[in-house]
Ligand binder design. Structure first.
Ligand SMILES: O=C(O)CCC(=O)C(=O)O
Ligand SMILES: [Fe+2]
Length: 397
């Protein structure tokens, strides 16, 4: 029985203290209310809470140790979290999916002659073994503990090599309301070589204010050119101004690194021409119940329970369909502010009054028997009551 009593404190979804209307909400950080609940390990008394939960046996000593580290450093590494067999099986399935064309990694050479495949977004959509990894129960439990709310596995990125992405906080790419309900997990599928462009991260940077688009002067919905021109340099400046120490993740196969929603990290540069692979899967988790969006483009994320169906939206809005534009994008930027319907409005069912039921009146048959009425597009019941019965119209053909 799953009652509030027998669930652990971190098995519950997040319920925002300030409710919002999802249909009219503007999806950018500053447009959301400053609302809790905040992730428990981000609260000023997190350390006391950890000790009290340990005393009450709600968490184990090992879990308490992970939580303390999370509070101080905003990351956690665990050696050999996944075993060799599971890793090898997943990687073999991943490579087979590339070989057979199920997955099509983009061609992203990091230098002339780079033959390693590019990174794939959400390989768990088409490879069951990747999906199993994202939904691994022990990992979900750990993420739930860190967030203090039930983990919602969201997104995966598979790759043979470094992203060479400059440092960022994942909150610019995967934002939540309430804020801070994101955890990432980087899984090594081989021993990682220092020349391969290991993941770089800055311990403690999660405690700095969230640097989001609006505050950095990026126009709403700007997308990636402003990201490179404004966001990335701003983060480099924060790193320099705070003299943030850089750590490089050099794991053994099966080790994992988890990081906080606001921990600054990136993919360092692969040493050229060493061409050393860096096989990894990154999993991103939200919490159940929070709303997820993309601050940079102002789009809700696909996990957002918006009940949005592109086909239904286009059917209900033929002008959008005719324009050939993207349905969700149209809805997010224009449709919801214009009060556009999400799906075609069902015509109201004609209610047949009892006296017509008594004579066996059937609206379809009446229209069939009286094509002029059908052609006029009028309500058959109203027509029969007002005219049909006086004119002795046929009830059926
Ligand atoms: O693996 C990398 O190079 C960077 C990954 C990253 O930033 C992410 O997945 O959030
Ligand atoms: Fe990232």
């Amino acid at each position: 029985m799953n009652t509030r009593e027998n669930k652990r404190f971190f098995d519950h979804p997040v319920v925002a203290e300030t409710p919002i209307d999802r249909q009219t909400q503007v999806f950018k950080y500053e447009a959301f209310p400053q609302s809790g609940p905040y992730p428990w390990l981000d609260l000023p008394d997190a350390k006391q809470k950890i000790e009290s939960r340990l005393r009450n046996r709600e968490i184990t000593e090992q879990q308490a140790e992970w939580c303390r580290k999370w509070v101080d450093d905003g990351y956690l590494t665990i050696d050999r979290f996944f075993d060799e067999k599971q890793l090898d099986e997943m990687w073999a399935a991943y490579e087979k999916a590339i070989e057979t064309g199920v997955l099509n990694p983009p061609v992203e050479p990091l230098f002339a002659g780079d033959t390693l495949p590019g990174r794939t977004l959400n390989p768990h959509f088409s490879v069951d073994e990747v999906r199993a990894m994202l939904f691994d129960e022990r990992m979900s439990e750990l993420v739930s503990l860190l967030l203090g709310a039930k983990a919602a596995p969201f997104q995966t990125i598979g790759g043979h090599k470094s992203s060479e992405q400059l440092q960022h906080s994942d909150s610019i790419h995967m934002s939540t309301y309430p804020n801070g309900y994101l955890v990432a997990n980087w899984i090594a599928f081989e021993d990682i070589h220092p020349d391969s462009g290991p993941l770089v991260f800055h311990p403690g940077s999660h405690k700095l204010p969230y640097a989001m688009s609006d505050a950095l002067g990026m126009p709403f919905g700007c997308g990636y050119s402003a990201y490179h021109d404004i966001y990335e340099p701003a983060i480099q400046k924060i790193i320099a101004d705070h003299a943030l120490e850089a750590h490089y993740f050099l794991p053994k196969k099966g080790d994992v690194l988890l990081w906080h929603a606001n921990l600054l990290h990136g993919g360092s540069k692969m040493k050229n021409p060493a061409q050393v692979s860096r096989k990894a899967l990154v999993c991103h988790f939200f919490s159940e119940g929070c709303l997820c969006y993309h601050d940079l483009t102002g789009m809700p994320s696909s996990l957002t329970p918006l009940e949005f169906e592109a086909e239904a939206y286009l059917k209900a809005n033929p002008d959008v369909e005719a324009s050939g534009g993207d349905a969700l994008q149209h809805y997010v930027y224009y449709g919801r502010f214009e009060g556009r319907p999400l799906r075609p409005v069902q015509p109201e069912k004609t209610v047949i009054p009892p006296e017509l039921v008594a004579i066996g009146f059937d609206a379809n048959l009446y229209l069939e028997a009286n094509p002029d009425v059908a052609a006029a597009g009028v309500d058959p019941v109203a027509h029969y009551l007002a005219h049909g019965r006086l004119e002795n119209r046929l009830l059926r053909p």
